[in-house]
Design a protein around this ligand. Structure first.
Ligand code: MUC
Ligand code: MG
Length: 367
């Protein structure tokens, strides 16, 4: 079970429907496939989605840090030494999605070597998650249309609505239209990606006070510490920290400083090893968690459901697992299927999914 090689393969798959939100937009999945090889021929895989507007990483920076720093740091270690692998990568600051992909590829290889699914190794709570679909910026009519299609085709009844940056009256109109057209049974929450000021956040939430929103995520800038506390004290709706709480230390600061009531856990930026730390910290403090999405492809979404279904606290709420539906294609041999509003945890050893080599050849960008 010794690590002999770590690969970082950049690939690009176009989106059929680009996603727009307050901090940026994504029109192609320009991700990096990370593969960890062992001396007994096992290959673990995970994907890193570069999000420069959130973490400063690019596709080229992920390839560079994985191949020039992380690979030499972990070669020769056993798959069982996951804490040592984590510690060696932690010597380098930042680069969260690059570290996470290496970590999850190691877990995938470990699961395959032991003949167990990673979800069972992590916690084995359940075999599926309810799915929440993220609605990007558009007109109220088109956002209602997309939500209706997601409910009809996939049974999804929980929606995260992107808000912020554009005039907040438009976002209020969107949420009002969704509640009116979709009815009282659907779950709605909003994510501002830091696009409003604290005062705008308060005004927008007052204007939507009758819409029974579940959560309000990252509405104002992460650095406006006092503004965020001011808003949290006034908000009737629980406030979720996403970009402001990407690591255990930041989670502590946000929660104990009174700037958040709940935490978004993203395997794409925490891997499984650090996502566990965030989860257990939140459980210890009695704080709700949501499985978030880093605009992942199917491999990344498989990682989210593997982790989310492993624990009671992460599977209690719908997880954001459906962005891959907007992509024109993907890398897996067996596509993930969302039906009856649920995504099943893939069966089988490791992550339970495999990369299709022909597809990788078609989409890889390194020659
Ligand atoms: C989300 O929850 O914010 C968009 C930007 C980002 O960092 O993640 C996505 C989704
Ligand atoms: Mg968010």
């Amino acid at each position: 079970m010794k690590i002999t090689r770590v690969e970082a393969v950049p690939f690009s798959i176009p989106y059929v429907k680009p996603l727009h939100f307050a901090s940026g937009e994504v029109s192609a999945a320009e991700h990096v496939l990370v593969r960890v090889h062992t001396d007994d021929g096992v290959v673990g895989a995970a994907e890193a989605p570069p999000r420069p507007f959130t973490y400063g990483e690019t596709q080229a920076s992920i390839v560079a840090v994985v191949t020039s720093i992380f690979a030499p740091a972990i070669l020769g270690l056993s798959l069982l030494e996951r804490e040592r692998i984590h510690a060696r990568m932690s010597r380098t600051v930042g680069n969260p999605t690059a570290k996470a992909a290496v970590d999850m590829a190691v877990w995938d290889a470990l699961g395959q070597s032991l003949g167990h699914n990673v979800s069972d190794l992590l916690g084995g709570w359940t075999d599926h998650m309810r799915v929440s679909h993220m609605l990007g910026f558009d007109t109220p009519e088109r956002m209602v249309e997309e939500a209706t299609r997601m409910r009809e085709e996939h049974g999804i009844t929980t929606f995260k609505v992107k808000v912020g940056r554009r005039p907040f009256s438009l976002d209020v109109d969107v949420c009002r239209a969704l509640r009116a057209e979709m009815g009282d049974d659907v779950e709605l929450y909003v994510d501002g990606n830091r696009g409003w000021t604290a005062e705008e956040s308060a005004r927008a939430m007052r204007a939507m006070a009758d819409l029974d929103l579940l959560f309000a995520e990252e509405l104002s800038p992460a650095d406006d510490v006092l503004g965020r506390r001011w808003f949290v004290r006034r908000s009737e709706v629980p406030v979720v920290a996403d970009e402001s709480a990407t690591r255990p230390g930041e989670v502590t600061r946000e929660l104990l400083g009174g700037s958040a009531d709940a935490i978004s856990i993203k395997t794409a930026r925490s891997g499984f090893t650090e996502a566990r730390r965030v989860l257990f910290e939140c459980e210890g403090l009695g704080v709700p968690v949501i499985m978030g999405n880093q605009i992942d492809g199917q491999l990344g979404s498989a990682c989210s459901v593997v982790f989310g279904s492993a624990f009671e606290a992460t599977s209690r709420r719908a997880g954001e697992l459906s962005n891959f539906l907007d992509m024109s294609d993907d890398l897996l041999t067996e596509p993930l299927v969302i039906a009856d509003g649920r995504l099943r945890t893939p069966d089988g050893p490791g992550l339970g999914v495999r990369v299709d080599e022909d597809k990788l050849t078609r989409y890889r960008q390194d020659g």
